[in-house]
Design a protein around this ligand. Structure first.
Ligand code: UDP
Length: 348
């Protein structure tokens, strides 16, 4: 994790805010432990100082587990250890080895919402240990994400979004959108290639995680009309995304969920993406967007043409029905109760 509100945590930051908002609305009390410099996310926040962890998505699959000196992750979990008796449950949102390993040693139950698919042997082993010994303590965002760890029967909770914060736009501009960290696994080059074929400008929102990669994408697509927006705060993005005719989501990895797919749909924007991972489970082909085979740039471009004819009101409605914050909170609560109080009858 990075400090909340700056984009380093990617989709986890949005998940955290929805989780807090939804659970507080259901009457729960939460306290968030997060790196120093974090912005408020709707409940008391305890900032923790220390060096950030190298993200797993930037490591080779056999990379060892690294704990930097004065690491924030270790400091956060020391703090969690000290306050555990004031809490009924601890939720881990960080995709990191230490909390997975420490969880079973706590007296208070530690539950893990896993935010990415299989990337590293060390993480796979830690998740697989929990899947065997504490299976109710794990949850995933999508089925394909869960299955990437070789787990076939587990808890899938999806994700939730505060629909009121997304501005619906009926009449879009002739521009394409792409949102994500600028990093190789996100596959910006495919969107650039499709935008070039279509002679349409490509609005790009997101934090530059890898500057060499950005330079390479620009060099390889010299005629693409990139409109670089940088990382904009979530609430601002939600007000502008609706301008796009369509959103391209072109990951080169197994996307665990794909928040931006839902967020575009919440603004009425159809999404064209690859038929795999989270986007495949979220996009209703022909209703909210289109799915094409991985790497098929011509098909991506062709489907943008089709997507322009989709009913944007219907996209927004479908999104509200499936991905609201309240329904997400309910699913989280069901998961938490099943793990910590399996004998309690379910709430509404
Ligand atoms: N995001 C944002 N501002 C930006 C670009 C992205 O707030 O300028 C948010 C975006 O709305 C999304 C998240 O960052 O919720 C990225 O999540 P996603 O699941 O798509 O990808 P991840 O980075 O977690 O792999």
């Amino acid at each position: 994790m990075g400090p909340i509100g700056h984009g380093r945590g990617g989709g986890v930051e949005v998940t955290l805010c929805s989780l807090v908002g939804g659970l507080v609305e259901r009457g729960h009390e939460l306290m968030v432990l997060a790196p120093e410099g974090s912005e408020s996310c709707g409940c008391p926040l305890h900032p923790v100082a220390g060096q950030l962890q190298p993200p797993w998505q930037q490591q080779p699959p056999h990379a060892p587990i690294v704990q930097p000196p004065d690491g924030v992750l270790a400091a956060m979990w020391r703090q969690a250890w000290m306050v555990q008796h004031h809490h009924q449950v601890i939720l881990n949102l960080g995709y990191d080895w230490l909390p997975l390993w420490l969880g079973p040693c706590f007296a208070t139950p530690v539950l893990h919402l896993i935010s990415m698919g299989s990337l590293s042997l060390a993480m796979d082993q830690a998740i697989s240990y929990l899947a065997t010994h504490q299976p109710t303590h794990l949850a995933f965002h999508s089925r394909s994400q869960m299955e990437s760890f070789g787990i076939h029967h587990g808890r899938v909770v999806g994700n939730g979004f505060d629909m009121d914060t997304y501005r619906f736009v009926h009449q879009p501009e002739p521009i394409l959108g792409w949102v994500g960290r600028i990093a190789p696994e996100k596959g910006l080059e495919d969107a650039a290639a499709a935008a070039t074929l279509l002679h349409m400008p490509l609005m790009v929102w997101g934090r530059v995680e890898n500057h060499d990669y950005k330079a390479q994408v620009m060099a390889d697509h010299p005629t693409c009309d990139f409109r670089w927006q940088g990382f904009v705060p979530p609430l601002q993005l939600r007000q502008t995304l609706g301008r796009c005719t369509a959103l391209l989501m072109t990951p080169h990895w197994q996307e665990a969920f794909g928040n931006v797919v839902v967020e575009a749909m919440a603004c009425g924007v159809p999404v064209v993406s690859y038929r795999r991972g989270g986007p495949q489970e979220i996009i209703h082909h022909g209703l909210t967007g289109f799915l094409v085979d991985h790497g098929q740039i011509g098909a991506l471009a062709a489907m943008v043409g089709e997507a322009q004819h989709l009913d944007r009101h219907r996209i927004r409605r479908h999104c509200q029905e499936c991905f609201g914050m309240a329904a997400f909170a309910q699913r989280l609560e069901d998961w938490i109760l099943s793990a910590v109080a399996p004998d309690l009858p379910k709430t509404d």
